[in-house]
Design a protein around this ligand. Structure first.
Ligand SMILES: NC(=O)c1ccc[n+]([C@@H]2O[C@H](COP(=O)([O-])OP(=O)(O)OC[C@H]3O[C@@H](n4cnc5c(N)ncnc54)[C@H](O)[C@@H]3O)[C@@H](O)[C@H]2O)c1
Length: 461
């Protein structure tokens, strides 16, 4: 057996949506580095070591297969791997804290702290520790305090390197990133560690796309980036409400304002509300930070982005209810899409969860369909024993239904035969296009009563 001499050993703690894909890309792009991803979950690691990966992300499996067993490894041997590593990325989950001080807003840092302690216990040589998880500003300081406590001679240099990839387009985002942000201390050892991390990214990212800042700016930039993105969605969703009231068309308004180069066209699609594991959590984290520094007006400004998102989901349900004669009792609805966005199976904080719960409370019967998220959807709605079914085939999902609510804009829903669907449904048949994905005029001509977002309804009644 030939032994490969790797330039450096990289370790990533946390084999989730971020740790798995980011390390796969690094392993693909840097064959001279050994990359190991560890997790406390044996089930997750087993899945990463199989061809049935724990997450669905287009293009990921091929890239894992290319590097796995060569310079990419998945393991639960956390302690040994920490000892062997030169650079340790921390990509553990940082959910919203649901208890005690800061409940509902602050970040639950228990997994970060457990990781820091484990690194400290097992490191026998100096390490660069890279925060990949999204964490509150100045969390690097907490990590440093834990790592440098006691009287060990091992030195740790902490860097912030937040991840900006978006699920569904993760591979493209990581292979051709808009920017890579690296925060470090402005000390000789801090800058040297920063250079070591830059060297990894320079294997494929142009130098001008590497942005370096101090640690706190880097940590804050990640929160601000998500807050700005979510804020754009809530902003356009407020305009959708005005459009529905005035017969303006939100798509036309988005196009008109998006052509202003100061505004730009992206993230201006109205919808049933944003979801995903990050936006709500990161804005609430920003809100908590503002409150901590007694910046109460600023906290309320950002909190409103989240409140408007809740309002938008509620509005979507109310529109269904009102259109369907103010009662859903005994009515069947097909839910098209449960993932929080297309091209992922991730349903964390997906708008579909709260929309479906509200519809079930109205005593509607739901047939939920999604090409990749049904396993997660079942878990999300496990408290509801009755009133719902999970159906792979959208044509089966619509049988005998009174309406369709499209919540995730999977391309496949655009390509369905809606005449065939109409024929399988009860009449009058309704369709609520939460993403303005479909051809509304064509649906209306088939006979549907069509309710887009932020546009007048096309109604036969
Ligand atoms: N999901 C995204 O699109 C995205 C994008 C950018 C940033 N982030 C941030 O990245 C971080 C990770 O997010 P994710 O979506 O990958 O989370 P995830 O829940 O999918 O993965 C986290 C993993 O860490 C593991 N873990 C927890 N504690 C551990 C420990 N002590 N030792 C070893 N493993 C441990 C968990 O078992 C889990 O598999 C979060 O801070 C998140 O805010 C996520």
């Amino acid at each position: 057996m030939t032994t490969v001499n790797f330039k450096k050993n990289i370790l990533c703690v946390g084999a989730g949506y971020v740790g798995g894909p980011t390390m796969t890309i690094i392993a693909n792009k840097c064959p001279n580095y050994k990359v190991t991803v560890v997790d406390i979950s044996q089930e997750r690691i087993d899945a990463w070591n199989s061809d049935n990966l724990p997450i669905f992300e287009p293009g990921l499996l091929e890239r894992v297969q290319k590097a796995r067993g060569k310079n990419l490894f998945f393991s639960t041997e956390i302690d040994r791997c920490i000892d062997e590593a030169d650079i340790i990325f921390v990509a553990v989950n940082t959910p919203t804290k649901m208890f005690g001080e800061g409940a509902g807003k602050a970040v639950d840092l228990q997994f970060i702290e457990q990781t820091a302690r484990r690194i400290k216990e097992n490191a026998k040589s100096n390490k660069i520790v890279v925060e990949k998880s999204t964490i509150p500003v100045r969390a690097a300081e907490t990590m440093a305090n834990i790592l440098h406590s006691g009287n060990s001679s091992v030195q740790f240099e902490i860097l912030s390197n937040p991840e900006f990839m978006a699920e569904g387009t993760g591979i493209r985002d990581m292979e051709a990133p808009d920017r890579i942000l690296i925060g470090s201390k402005d000390t000789p050892s801090g800058l040297a560690a920063r250079d070591v991390l830059m060297e990894i990214y320079l294997h494929w990212v142009p130098k001008e796309r590497l942005v370096t800042t101090n640690l706190w700016s880097s940590e804050l930039s990640k929160l601000v980036s998500n807050a700005f993105l979510a804020q754009r969605i809530s902003s356009i969703n407020t305009i959708a409400s005005i459009c529905e009231a005035t017969e303006a068309d939100v798509t036309e308004v988005s196009r008109a304002i998006g052509m202003d180069s100061r505004i730009g066209p992206k993230f201006l699609n109205a919808g049933p509300g944003f979801g995903g594991s990050c936006f709500r959590k990161d804005i609430l984290n920003l809100v908590y930070l503002c409150e901590f520094y007694q910046l109460n007006e600023i906290a309320s400004f950002w909190e409103q982005v989240v409140s408007l998102n809740d309002y938008q989901m509620d509005r979507f349900v109310k529109r269904i209810l009102q259109a369907m004669f103010n009662t859903l009792v005994g009515k069947k609805l097909a839910i098209f899409g449960f993932a929080f966005k297309p091209d992922t199976g991730d349903t964390r904080d997906a708008p579909a969860i709260s929309i479906c719960k509200r519809l079930l409370e109205e005593k509607a019967y739901l047939n939920i369909t999604d090409p990749h998220a049904l396993k997660n959807a079942r878990k999300d709605l496990q408290d509801f024993e009755e009133g719902l079914d999970f159906v792979e085939d959208p044509y089966k999902a619509v049988e005998g239904t009174h309406g369709i609510a499209l919540i995730t804009e999977w391309t496949l829903y655009k390509e369905l035969d809606y005449q065939k669907i109409f024929d399988k449904m009860e009449k009058p048949a309704f369709i609520f296009d939460g993403r303005n994905l479909l051809d509304h005029k064509a649906l209306y001509e088939i006979g549907f009563n069509v309710y887009p977002i932020g546009k007048p309804a096309l109604n036969h009644l």
